[in-house]
Design a protein around this ligand. Sequence first.
Ligand code: MN
Length: 307
Amino acid sequence: MTAQDIIFIGAPVDSGKDRKGCIMGPDAYRTAGLEDTLAGLGCTVIDNGNLTAEQTEIPDHDHLVALPQTVGWTRTLHAAAVEAAPKGLPIFLGGDHSLALGTVTGIADHAASVGKPLFVLWLDAHTDYHTPDTTSSGNLHGTPVAYFTGRDGFDAFPAVNNPVPTANICMMGLRSVDPEEHAALADTEMHIADMRAIDEFGIRAPLAHFLDRVAAADGLLHVSLDVDFLDPDIAPAVGTTVPGGATLREAHLIMEMLHDSGRVTSLDLVELNPFMDERGRTASLMVDLTASLMGRRVFDRPTRSFV
Ligand SMILES: [Mn+2]
């Protein structure tokens, strides 16, 4: 195992949807022992604490939920990503998925500054490919992929300096895609492994194919892990549960393959809502998956009391 310098950036973003609770996410990861777990694997961990969103002059929007707050978070997290990326492997402790508006665009600017292409692995039940114009709910946590790939409709947000090419994105775990997103995705080169593809071919083949492309391009790889990627039976603490998600073994296999690739340079942990958790089991599972990403083998992990 290669030791890593890891930087925790607490991003208690709760503005991306109506249901509240993700504000408690960063502290739930701390309570579940994320720092000690990674330190035990030989990583050096610096915890930058929780950020607060920049205040903005933007007025409230009739349809979009908490637009000013989410724009503020985007500015704050973009800056935090740009600052942290040269120093180590940032782990953004979310927070709902709207935080990726800032984290991925910040990491993309960092990648451009070091002259490398950025790839993104999106582990999620949803594509989050709505624009502010197509979202019927007005929940901006459903928009980050549209934003960082450079789609139109984000006039209230900072301009995207380095859009991530859709050919550099792999989505795994999809099982709830709205018609507008489906139509828009058809025009892209996005790598998509929905749950049917995973049922037919398994997790390994599509991920190995994508990781080969990252390696061939000598790219940086940002991983965005949404709790709802996982099956609700093992990860109940999320406001957007969809049945039929990834199993424990599938999720660990992904993380172990990512570790073996040596390519991951930044990570989002998003949509954990501790208010909906059962004795911290979802937070603990997310800690375990992060440990697998950093080199722990699943059969080495200690038996846990809640299993
Ligand atoms: Mn998501």
